[in-house]
Design a protein around this ligand. Sequence first.
Ligand SMILES: Nc1ncnc2c1ncn2[C@@H]1O[C@H](COP(=O)(O)OP(=O)(O)OP(=O)(O)O)[C@@H](O)[C@H]1O
Ligand SMILES: [Mg+2]
Length: 228
Amino acid sequence: MTLISIRDGRKHYTLDKAQTVALDGVSLDIASGERVSLMGPSGSGKSTLLNLMGCLDRLDAGTLVIDGQDTKKLKDAALSTFRNRTMGFIFQSFNLIPVLTVFENIEYPLLLQSIPTAERKDRVMNLLERVGLADYHHRLPENLSGGQRQRVAIARALVTRPRLVFADEPTAALDQKTGRAVMELMVEMNEQAGATLVFSTHDAGVASYARRVVHLLDGRIVEAGGAA
Ligand SMILES: Nc1ncnc2c1ncn2[C@@H]1O[C@H](COP(=O)(O)OP(=O)(O)OP(=O)(O)O)[C@@H](O)[C@H]1O
Ligand SMILES: [Mg+2]
């Protein structure tokens, strides 16, 4: 079943009156349960594409349908709700909230969904165990290593049990060994929970965790890989 469908997606940025075309007519289908990696040189549009698919930004032109929903038809508030219910996003720089503990960071998306206290606690602690950080639930992000922070970010992205997980260079700030552990965790979540996973990377070793590699160049898809 197709979960994400982009048709002729276009996006440009304007900076100091100069225009940059970030996505120049991208069409891509991603099926439910797939594990896809986006590769391409710096500036090729990987983050732009992930931000659009993750509904953190909107297309200038073209269509983006996710889980049967034409995202253009959703107003901003409805799009946020849709995103919170359907997706998790893992950023290169983790984006944890510094004044919240590990537990509270992971709990936050559940508060937005009005999940009751006891269930929130169960879900957060269960995920903390799975990412190997149960003993760290009371710590602040600044008192964690980079790999530990990324594992918290992964737990936060997964706690709502999203059908879709996006990760923008999730291992770029990590050493090789920690990066491998993080990728293995994401693969496990994809295989066990069936979450569709789309991530970007510069590293062919990291891309090999995907079943399909999509190559971007100058805002276009130059190779879409075979369907998994
Ligand atoms: N906020 C912005 N304002 C202006 N231009 C932008 C902005 N974000 C991205 N761009 C431009 O859009 C193009 C695509 O950028 P994007 O961040 O998607 O590339 P990328 O493939 O993720 O690169 P990297 O590997 O360096 O992360 C680049 O030319 C970039 O300079
Ligand atoms: Mg990027």
